[in-house]
Design a protein around this ligand. Sequence first.
Ligand code: AMP
Length: 468
Amino acid sequence: MTGPRHSCGVIGMYCSDDVTSDIFKALRMIQHRGQESAGISVFNGSKVITAKGTGLVSDAIKQTGMQAINGNCGIGHVRYPTSASKSEKNAEPIEVQITHGTIALAHNGAITNYQELKKKYLDTGWSFLTDSDSELISKIIAKHLIQNNDPVKAIRSTMGEIEGAYSLTLLYNNRVFGVRDPYGFRPLCVGWLGNGYILASESVAIDIFEGDLIRDIAPGEVVEITANEIKSHPSSVNYPSAHCMFEWIYFARPDSVIDGREVYDVRKAVGEILASESPADVDLVMPVPDSGRAHALGYSIGSNIRYEEGFMKNRFAERTFILPDQKQREDSVAMKMNPIRSTVNGKRILIVDDSIVRGTTLVKLVKMLRDAGAKEVHVRIGCPPVIAPCYYGVDMKSRDQFIATKYSVNEICRKIGADSLGYISVPGLVKAIGKPENDICLACLNNRYPTNISGETHRFQTTLRNSY
Ligand code: AMP
């Protein structure tokens, strides 16, 4: 399946030495943000060279002989799969040639007026090679560059046309830009490496070089980096921010710092608040690895109940969430997770996971624990009930997919076979994130979208859902 919805990872680099192998390293640090495909574009002194392919960074880029290329500036991308099928043509960076040179673009997010804009440009005679909104963005930037050859103006004019979530890195010949949409949905930060600057979706990509995180790119800001300077072009409009809460809850790595808050710290705070909001009389607290680990530790600290590892995770199992049918998803939970009997047998257990979407994972896990001899199984969730689709890049598609739109908490508890179920509250989550509620996107929890969502986008979501 293709479509304009993807949570991905982007990198941009400008250094006094060759950046090719460093972009490769940085992409490996944000590999969790996308495993479908990866790519690098570097300016080699005379032209932009792009190498991209499907699979993990090490497979996608190594095969292409990118190691032979040298250049002081470039960008990189990892793409998150939205289905089990892999599509080479959607790999990024996307290149567009114009008379003045080459643009290469890497995008994390989702453009909500993609269908309308695509139709508008198709009607004027444009053609597209992919269904990716990144191709559309790069072509609109190219259109504006042809008119004035001023990249900052071209980016700003493009920002006036596109709506939704976008954190971009852009290579235009030998110039590197970072762009964050006016709401700051998806993360983007800049760091100093000693010999130049790096733009990255997450700060872990700076840590690998023992570099310094300088700051987050502000919502609506455009920056240009060179080997010794960051030039900022701030937004002239003061929008409220809408940072995606799911980055802190699930998507980002715990050791990243996003918009001033360490992800691990937020998850632990979520667990502590959950323990006070939703206590339980149990013998031990257990995480659903890996995503529920910090939340469970927080719950254990907050409740003073012993923390134990009770599930072993098979690191090599495929990703359950994106498998195309329910039976496959259920089977693959068993392939992925196995209980440790000595931890579980005869005990009253509380398991903590980051989120429930369809409920597939927990139905299986609760049964596994009972089969392994658990006396009681209680479930706590680090994210309030998900009830509305994400149009800004997280792979949560349609309303009827969410268990929480159909059933009450008590009914879900019965469906997953647990003795009790508790979700963190929305105010509890906001407190854990530590930012004003107005600065956080909670649309998937409260159905209040920070931007207009057009009828076209709704229809498109439905088409995708029907293709499942
Ligand atoms: P489900 O089994 O459908 O209830 O999905 C919940 C599980 O999938 C949780 O363990 C989450 O860690 C994980 N999860 C939640 N949202 C996503 C997402 N957008 N992509 C991949 N995994 C997710």
